[in-house]
Write a protein that binds this ligand. Structure first.
Ligand SMILES: C[S@@+](CC[C@H](N)C(=O)[O-])C[C@H]1O[C@@H](n2cnc3c(N)ncnc32)[C@H](O)[C@@H]1O
Length: 263
């Protein structure tokens, strides 16, 4: 089991470093944040409610701005915290990598969360997988930038792209040994003409980017899983991938040793 206890991943460190960086105002802000978080830690229910209220307020704001400026990018406005009891896919991914001793491989990870636990655990366990994560959330991406500035060792094997996965292209991506598509069909709107592809396109693209025998992981607990199932079945029926195993909340598939769909 991956020890997640040591990862204060949802909280930026309230270290003395912050006091050194910003001696006056920074110290006050850091202390206020620390006090706030400590009281929130004692009151998880309050924290959850407040988080939900902030998410709702953010969604309203984005909807209003989207109406005023239809060309505006649709992004994820919230910073997703590590909540394995609600959404265990990233924790299970960490455990899968560790238990299957997957090291030094090229990994694509859809949906980093603000906790960045997949990258952090990869670093802390010394697995040295080359992980490319993607997020469509500005605060999650900013958190990554802050974490790497504070601890450059994280950035050695973990890079995070701020982009819409539906706008990726074949020529811009390397080959991967393992791909996670945990949030396939969660954030798609079927008729969005601005996007380069739909969910079926995302699945096809990443199947084509897998090395021979490479693995692709889906999350059964995703609210998009029902919509993703026919896409998964079609890919299996078409010989593009085959089922390997259920690992906790994840389904693991594999492309053929000779991947005829590789681009
Ligand atoms: C519900 S959060 C889950 C985060 C993490 N996998 C976890 O389980 O804790 C969904 C994640 O998917 C990312 N995401 C959602 N839509 C996206 C899109 N269109 N392109 C790239 N990332 C996206 C969000 O930025 C966020 O990191």
């Amino acid at each position: 089991m991956v020890d997640l206890g040591s990862h204060e991943v949802t909280k930026p460190p309230r270290s003395e470093q912050a006091f050194e960086d910003y001696p006056t105002l920074g110290a006050l802000v850091t202390r206020a944040q620390a006090t706030w978080r400590e009281s929130c830690d004692r009151l998880p229910l309050v924290r959850r409610r407040l988080w939900r209220a902030l998410v709702r307020a953010g969604a309203l704001k984005e909807r209003a701005l989207g109406t005023l400026m239809p060309s505006r990018m649709r992004f994820v406005h919230f910073d997703w915290p590590l909540r394995p009891e609600v959404c265990p896919c990233d924790v299970h991914c960490c455990e899968y990598l560790a238990e299957r001793d997957i090291r030094g491989r090229s990994v694509f990870h859809f949906g980093t969360g603000g906790h960045h636990v997949v990258g952090i655990t990869n670093r802390d366990r010394g697995l040295d997988n080359e992980i490319l994560g993607i997020t469509a959330s500005p605060p999650e991406h900013s958190r990554y930038v802050r974490l790497v500035i504070r601890s450059p060792s994280l950035g050695k094997h973990y890079k995070v792209l701020f982009a819409d996965i539906y706008d990726l292209g074949n020529a811009g991506l390397p080959t991967f040994d393992l791909v996670t598509l945990f949030h396939l069909c969660e954030f798609s709107s079927p008729a969005d003409p601005r996007r380069r592809m739909d969910d079926a396109g995302v699945l096809d693209l990443f199947l084509s980017k897998l090395s021979p025998g490479g693995r692709i992981l889906f999350y059964r607990g995703s609210f998009g899983y029902q919509a993703a199932t026919p896409l998964i079945e079609r890919a299996v029926g078409g010989g593009k991938m085959s089922f390997v195993e259920c690992y906790k909340s994840l389904d693991v598939y594999q492309v053929p040793e000779r991947n005829p769909h590789r681009r």
